[in-house]
Design a protein around this ligand. Structure first.
Ligand code: IYR
Length: 224
């Protein structure tokens, strides 16, 4: 027996097909303008914008609706500096020792390196944590289901929401990222998922001229 009360699907909206097409095409045109940016401006972004984008992320579907994520929003210069120092140390290890030749070759066209000034320049860093377990007020643990899938979905929605607001993001994944637990005081039961750099792009920001795959290359339709 289900224990949540059932309520009517009052908030659902259906659109006439033409309107459906128009809305979706407009949405596609907008998200297709999203680019990952590596050069950020230090211009301030109001906190409420970040809060609303996080509420969007928190609407993501999750295993058993346990919402197994935590977003630590960093705007303070001291904490950003600590994160930059720790991330660059890991990145230097990565570029100089840990990365395979194959991985370095894949990154070469993007021109990335171990220097991460954006970690101090951008107004916000959002550290996304995946919670393997939740904790009840009495300290008991609650197992979470599909935490990676759920946190990935929430992060995708967060990136889309910030783009909708006219902000740029960079999904940064120094590896390993355990230092984020220490710097941000997050418990061991939370795994750092990624670090999202958020702000306006720098006035002279440039991006690599990359292409997205055509539909036929990433989707197949089985009609029988
Ligand atoms: N984390 C490193 C390396 C890196 C890895 C991938 I996969 C990228 O798409 C980009 C960078 C860095 O941030 O430089």
């Amino acid at each position: 027996m289900a224990s949540y009360p059932s309520i009517p699907l009052e908030k659902y909206r259906e659109y006439p097909i033409e309107e459906m097409r128009q809305r979706l095409n407009d949405f596609y045109e907008n998200v297709d303008r999203r680019r990952t940016v590596r050069e950020f401006s230090d211009r301030a972004v109001p906190r409420d914008i970040i809060e609303t984008a996080l509420k969007v992320a928190n609407t993501a579907p999750s295993g058993a609706n346990l919402q197994p994520w935590h977003f630590a929003v960093v705007s303070g210069p001291q904490t950003k500096q600590k994160i930059r120092i720790a991330a660059e140390a890991e990145e230097r290890e990565f570029y100089e020792h840990r990365a395979s030749e194959e991985w370095l070759a894949a990154l070469q066209p993007l021109g990335t390196d171990a220097d991460k000034p954006f970690l101090e320049v951008a107004p916000y860093l959002i550290a996304v944590f995946l919670q393997k377990f939740g904790e009840l007020p009495d300290g008991r643990k609650v197992k979470h289901y599909y935490p990676s899938e759920s946190t990935g979905l929430a992060t995708g929605m967060l990136i889309t929401a910030l783009h909708e607001a006219g902000l740029a993001t960079l999904t940064h994944t120094p590896s390993p990222m355990k230092f984020l637990n220490e710097i941000l005081g997050r418990p061991k039961s939370e795994r750092p998922f990624l670090l999202l750099v958020v702000g306006y792009p720098a006035d002279d920001a440039e991006v690599p001229d990359i292409r997205r795959k055509p539909l036929e290359a990433f989707a197949s339709f089985i009609d029988d």
